[in-house]
Design a protein around this ligand. Structure first.
Ligand SMILES: [Zn+2]
Length: 322
């Protein structure tokens, strides 16, 4: 009879005990002491941190799309919460009680799958203040933010009905305030005047998926999260042209050439055109799929035909001081 392969190639416990378990443990402690926490790079008064730089395919160590805005050491905004963001959120040292708002660009799972996990984690925090949760309006094919939260937490039909207190603030839960942005044009969806934080949602084209980009203004700095969008998103480019943001985060999902889902995403040349029109001080490429990364040199050359400014390919937990 054929034998099933062992589930992993790790040494078995008994063997480790005989031949160096304590060496492994000591090496681990030494590594933890030598590597500073990722949050240390975000100690600037204003910073943007990529939590997840990949998705939607589990093809390495990149989590799905997610980012934090840090203000005076507090993670005040969470933009997207894709698959794997929950772990990066904890590694980054984000605290649920510090959030002013959460904003989701659209309801593809690689942008929203860990929203419920992060909200559940937040249920163990000391937060009492209501929390605005921003997203698109629904369509025939996708829920809007209001329906998405109902699908999770409705007391009768929600997947996590035991957490229904999130809808009304009962049972010791934080009340979530759904905010749906207009699909017809730029909408101011959040503002905290005292802290100088402002979020504007801008509709983008992403196939049949209702989708948003976010313009975040935070203490005089400007960060644009382009989100998933195709090359038809000219309204987005027009709304931002000439604003010269400090950072434009663009999604590096497909390579150049035929056979790619251009109805959903911009190929590199189109990212370059978008970046040239918006003219950021730094272009950050995230949502880096392997199919794009294996042809990254070619992709960057296509971007460079249009955009000549600074550009980086982000990894998970990369931090950008502003
Ligand atoms: Zn998407």
């Amino acid at each position: 009879m054929a034998r099933l392969p062992h589930a992993c190639s790790c040494p078995r416990d008994s063997r480790m005990k005989r031949s160096g378990y304590w060496k492994f443990a000591l090496l681990g402690v030494a590594w933890l002491l030598a590597v500073p926490p990722a949050k240390a790079a975000c100690n600037s008064p204003v910073a943007m941190q990529i939590l997840g730089s990949g998705g939607p395919i589990a093809e390495g160590s990149r989590a799905g799309s997610s980012a934090l805005l840090w203000l005076d050491g507090k993670a005040v905004l969470l933009i997207d919460a894709g698959s794997g963001a929950f772990v990066r959120y904890g590694e980054a040292g984000a605290r649920f009680e510090d959030h002013l708002a959460i904003a989701i660009t659209h309801f593809h799972a690689d942008h929203a799958a860990d929203l419920d996990a992060i909200l559940n984690s937040g249920g163990f925090s000391d937060r009492t203040a209501d929390l605005p949760v921003i997203g698109p309006v629904g369509s025939d094919y996708f829920p809007g933010m209001r329906d998405h939260l109902r699908a999770l937490f409705d007391p009768q039909a929600g997947a996590y009905r035991y957490l229904s207190g999130y809808l009304d603030g009962s049972e010791g839960k934080v009340r979530l305030l759904p905010v749906e942005a207009s699909p017809d044009g730029a909408t101011l969806v959040f503002e905290d005047v005292a802290r100088q934080v402002k979020v504007t949602a801008v509709p983008v084209e992403h196939g049949v998926v209702p989708a948003l980009a976010y313009l975040v203004e935070i203490r005089g700095r400007t960060i644009v999260f382009a989100g998933d969008q195709n090359a038809m998103s000219q309204g987005f480019v027009d709304a931002l042209a000439g604003r010269r943001p400090d950072i434009l985060v663009a999604h590096n999902v497909i390579p150049e050439g035929e056979g790619q889902p251009r109805g959903l995403h911009r190929p590199p040349g189109s990212i370059g055109e978008m970046a040239a029109a918006i003219d950021p001080k730094l272009l950050v490429l995230s949502h880096n799929m392997q199919r794009a990364l294996v042809r990254q040199q070619e992709g960057e050359a296509a971007i460079r035909q249009h955009y000549k400014g600074p550009m980086v390919v982000a990894d998970d937990l990369a931090c950008f001081a502003l």
